[in-house]
Ligand binder design. Structure first.
Ligand SMILES: [Zn+2]
Length: 493
């Protein structure tokens, strides 16, 4: 049995002004053939789960192409057509296939294709024909569409946020496809999309309301004959028709049972709708609480500069307030290649004055003037063998500078946009976050595996920006209506 494994994975923030063009994907690495196995074999990603299925189940899984890049704006038409074109070309050349495994994200938007994942699934289905089982394992932030489901045999979604089960879900999905190829099962899928948006600050699956809903998902999956049950939390920063949450059930042969399970799960989500509305502290409230904490580090989640959600990684709202409020023993990263170059020009041990951050656009604060000593310069590459959000192992922040400022702040300046999902980011630079009073993590949920083990407290902060928790900040043109809580009169079923 031969299964093809391939994917174009992107989480698209349609409010971001940084387009996902071909150069962006190339810079992140468009992996072909054996490169996919080299990069993902020892990782914890979806693709790693697909490859593991090959070893465990005694089938041949052939990696063809995997392209991904950090969350940012809409994928350009050129990038989409070139990458998907190459995917299909490789699929055609190396076929025929017994099955196909797609490693998509689920919240990709391309110019001309608002449901880009549905478009990829449809093109793959067209290429292999109606009888070849196609599996697709998605990120929990996917905005699921009927088109994605109609063009796959089995779709499943991670069950954890932070995402620590990407590999396991990839393996599950591949396992079902192998059984479908052997005609041991006949998967039928049902998608229910209750009209609810889960605010990004309520998406942590370790806490209510998501914790209970995931218990319900397990119960749905345990019903007789059920093959899989998933809840996609959705990605509120993609202004597309399918934005919002989704419940997906897969039954062995009985469409009515699949529909009943998906409806029941969607109903359980709908009952919790009030608990999915966001409530977070202001910048000043959060810094006051952190500064008054009996012990540190207090980790402040910079929600408006959630790099994993498509933010620019250079927001200065927290830094500016920390400077004004004289909060010391403070640590944060900032994407600022020009500032890194200034530090490189000055040299290690030298002191300089410069303005840092907020250079991508005008939505993430203003550059902050600081004076500091360059303690360290580094190439910014590091590796984390621990479980991290999404299962990534190799990281690259680009040329980086550690600046110790006269405000009592440690600033890690980077040349590439990178969130704070790995504590190795700090250890590799000789920084111990444990020794700080306040540590800023640009994200909402994704930094938890890195910082929960050392944080005295984690506080979510309502910073402005393209990933703000304040969804009233955005003008949506394409989302479905009604959607709770935007339209409180929404009803379900
Ligand atoms: Zn995600």
């Amino acid at each position: 049995m031969r299964l093809a494994a391939l994917g174009l994975s992107h989480e698209t923030n349609t409010f971001s002004r940084v387009p996902a063009d071909y150069a962006q994907f190339e810079a992140s690495g468009i992996l072909r053939g054996e490169e996919v196995a080299q990069r993902h074999g020892t990782a914890q990603s979806t693709m790693a789960g697909y490859l593991e299925a090959g070893e465990r189940l005694g089938v041949e899984v052939v990696p063809l192409l995997f392209a991904s890049t950090g969350p940012c704006g809409t994928i350009t038409r050129d990038a989409f057509e070139r990458i998907v074109g190459e995917m299909l070309e490789r699929l055609g050349q190396a076929g025929p296939w017994d099955g196909v495994l797609l490693a998509q994200h689920g919240a990709a938007v391309a110019d001309g294709f608002p449901d880009a994942d549905g478009e990829v699934a449809a093109r793959v289905r067209r290429a292999v024909g109606p009888d070849v089982p196609v599996g697709m394992s998605l990120d929990m932030h996917g905005n699921l569409s009927e088109r994605m489901v109609a063009n796959t045999t089995v779709t499943n979604v991670y069950l954890t946020n932070p995402h620590l089960d990407a590999r396991a879900r990839g393996l599950d999905c591949a396992g079902l496809i192998v059984r479908a190829v052997r005609q041991e099962i006949r998967p039928v899928q049902a998608l229910e999309t209750p009209p609810v948006v889960i605010n990004i600050v309520k998406q942590f699956t370790g806490e209510e309301p998501m914790k209970g809903l995931m218990t319900d998902a397990m119960a749905a999956a345990a019903r007789p004959g059920m093959l899989s049950a998933s809840v996609a939390e959705g990605y509120p920063y993609a202004d597309v028709a399918e934005m919002g949450m989704a419940c997906l059930a897969v039954h062995d042969g009985d469409a009515a049972q699949a529909r009943a399970a998906a409806r029941w799960l969607a109903g359980r989500a709908w009952e919790r709708r009030d608990a999915f509305v966001g409530d977070v502290l202001s910048v000043e409230e959060a810094l006051q609480r952190a500064a008054a904490a009996p012990r540190g580090p207090v980790v402040l989640m910079d929600v408006g500069d959630n790099v994993g959600g498509g933010s620019p990684a250079d927001s200065t709202f927290l830094l500016a307030a920390a400077q004004a409020m004289e909060v010391r023993r403070y640590l944060q990263t900032l994407y600022d290649p020009a500032a890194v170059q200034a530090c490189v020009a000055a040299g290690v041990g030298e002191t300089l004055s410069l303005a840092v951050g907020a250079k991508t656009d005008d939505m993430h604060g203003r550059p902050v003037s600081v004076t500091g000593r360059v303690r360290l310069l580094a190439d910014g590459k590091f590796e984390d063998p621990r479980p991290t959000h999404g299962g990534q192992r190799f990281f690259n922040a680009g040329t980086s500078a550690v600046l110790e400022t006269t405000d009592g702040h440690t600033l890690v300046l980077t040349s590439r946009r990178l969130g704070n999902t790995s504590i190795e980011q700090m250890y590799s630079l000789g920084i111990w976050p444990e020794r700080y009073g306040v540590v800023v993590a640009k994200g909402v949920v994704s930094p938890r595996p890195a910082y929960e083990p050392i944080a005295a407290e984690i506080i979510l902060v309502n910073t402005p920006g393209v990933t703000t928790a304040d969804l009233g900040f955005f003008t949506y043109r394409h989302r479905r209506r009604p959607l709770y809580p935007f339209e409180p009169e929404a009803t379900y079923p």
